[in-house]
Design a protein around this ligand. Structure first.
Ligand code: SDX
Length: 439
């Protein structure tokens, strides 16, 4: 699995930076898909200057071989494979192993990992008392982040991952138990008994069993739902250096263990501009459905800067044409929703919002298109996942990506603790004043 990053080619044309009467040559590197970067790792030493890039829209934090995105062309590939090709029968665990191992798993690799997922699905009984300590109304993302760290306390041997075998054990524990934590959080919020994992069930059916079975009535996952949920998790599995993945890398760069780094990723994903957007989309659609306003009125509001309202599920930092995941999820929604719940007014409203926005110069001029969150919630809702669990579902999907990125960073030569600079704009030097001399 250890694939040394294919070091990017250094193009022969360095960049020339002219500052005052001096000029500096900066190396230019080129990735395997031809994107180029100016290497500024020696900039401050050479010039005494740093760069400033709010939100890092123009700044590469690392070299990575895991996921490739071309935002202009709407391309997303995991380890070189276009995501569209996973829509025909791949399983989430197969794609998780592709991201983590760097290649599609052999039968032996898949079976070994699946056995570990089954073995590790149980939570230590001690953790049940921790769930009881949360209020029934606790946000599931707060519980998820806390319980990922808590779970690691029962496996201190995985704080230091010496080799790939141990790393795969830690990965299997995380990917398996994240389902149980999510399901237990849901059961606790409803005051119903926890349902233990069923070793006979595969990944998704076992999760939905723990979520929706009753002690007297086992939930049975249909093929349709199994396929849809696997695809949703696959489409969320990684997305290069997004906010939560960058958080996992940032925390991991200090030497923090895999569990603490992923728990931090959960916290970053929670934000409404990031993974929390799938909840905001449903609330937006529901607000329109309740008759508070028409789709046209909502779009008008989203265009008004003073309203602070955004068309949730639209826009993306990288995709400036279309989010390929949204295109696939729209098809899944159109196929699944009618079969599961007949007509869905929220899907109608989503279609209407997309039609309006796609012909509105405000959105066209800003390259704002539906992103992964625009349709995912409609599908999750049709499956029966409660809205406040949507971002937890995003976390379950993104976990393999976080794990793969954390491991890649820890095995990239030259990795240093992440510590950005700043431009200080505060007070110049001043003196301390005793209380009786303060204004
Ligand atoms: C995810 O990074 C990733 O890869 C994330 C993700 C992943 O898989 O990890 O893809 C998952 O987080 C998807 C995005 C989910 N978030 C939302 O759907 C929230 C709504 N979208 C936005 O808030 C926004 O589009 C972002 C946060 C997604 C991107 O923000 P940027 O790149 O910082 O863009 P911006 O805020 O600078 O907006 C540029 C312009 C602004 O207008 P002007 O100042 O130029 O006039 O576009 C406008 C914005 O006001 N704009 C929107 C809008 N998104 C941007 N206007 C109305 N509605 C929107 N949704």
């Amino acid at each position: 699995m250890r694939q040394p990053l294919s070091s990017p080619t250094r193009s022969h044309e360095p960049a020339t930076l002219i500052l005052g009467d001096k000029s500096y040559l900066l190396p230019v590197i080129e990735g395997s898909e031809g994107e180029r970067a100016i290497d500024i790792s020696k900039l401050r030493d050479q010039t005494g200057h740093i760069t400033l890039d709010q939100g890092y829209g123009n700044t590469g934090s690392c070299e990575s071989a895991i996921t490739f995105i071309d935002g202009e062309k709407g391309i997303l590939r995991y380890r070189g494979i276009p995501i569209e090709q996973f829509a025909h029968g791949a399983t989430f665990i197969e794609v998780a192993l592709l991201l983590i191992l760097g290649h599609l798993p052999t039968d032996a690799e898949y079976d070994a990992f699946s056995k570990d997922l089954t073995r590790f699905a149980y939570l230590d009984e001690g953790m049940k008392h921790q769930f009881e300590g949360f209020p029934r109304t606790a946000p599931p993302m707060a519980i998820l982040s806390a319980m990922i760290n808590s779970m690691s306390c029962f496996h201190p041997e995985l704080y230091e991952l010496e080799d790939e075998a141990q790393f795969l054990i830690a990965a299997a524990r995380l990917i398996s138990k994240v389902r149980s934590i999510a399901a237990y959080a849901y059961r606790h919020s409803r005051g119903v008994p926890y349902i233990y994992p069923d070793p006979k069930l595969r990944y998704v059916p076992n999760f939905l069993h723990m979520m929706f079975s009753q002690p007297y009535d086992q939930y049975v996952c249909s093929d349709l739902i199994n396929r849809a949920m696997n695809l949703i998790l696959i489409l969320h599995a990684d997305h290069e250096q997004n906010c939560s993945t960058s958080t996992v890398r940032m925390v991991g760069s200090s030497g923090a263990n895999l569990f603490a780094s992923c728990a931090a990723g959960v916290c970053a994903l929670w934000g409404p501009l990031h993974g929390g957007a799938n909840v905001e989309v449903l609330e937006m659609l529901d607000k329109i459905h309740q008759g508070n306003m028409t789709p046209e009125e909502y779009v008008k509001l989203a265009k008004d800067k003073d309203s602070k309202v955004r068309l949730m599920g639209f826009g993306h930092r990288v995709y400036k044409s279309f989010d390929p995941r949204a295109q696939i999820l729209q098809k899944v929604a159109e196929e699944l929703v009618p079969q599961l719940c007949g007509s869905d007014p929220l899907l109608e409203i989503a279609r209407r919002l997309e039609d309006i926005a796609r012909s509105d110069p405000y959105f066209i001029d800003r390259n704002l298109y539906p992103n992964v969150d625009f349709y995912s919630g409609i599908i999750l809702r049709a499956i029966g996942i409660p809205v406040n669990m949507f971002t937890v579902m995003f976390s379950i999907g993104r976990l393999p990506g976080w794990i793969a990125q954390w491991w890649e960073q820890n095995h990239t030569p030259g990795t240093r603790i992440a510590r950005p600079r700043q431009v200080y704009v505060g007070n110049r030097q001043k003196d301390y004043l005793p209380k009786d001399q303060r204004g």
